[in-house]
Design a protein around this ligand. Sequence first.
Ligand SMILES: [Zn+2]
Length: 70
Amino acid sequence: MNIKEMIEEFLVCPKCKGQLELSTINNKTEESNICEYPILICRSCDVYYPIEDDIPVLLIDEARKLDGNN
Ligand SMILES: [Zn+2]
């Protein structure tokens, strides 16, 4: 079982307890470089949760709206 499978198997959305999908988001840094950040998406809530230093931040307060591009 790899990390991706483990995350999707064991981690759930703190709002709806639904399954999360490991993905990435592109963000511009201050130097205008495009950076890819890992995120966990909940399709039911239409939000994503950030992963900081390899630790998923599964807090309702940290949920961020998907902009529809994913
Ligand atoms: Zn959810």
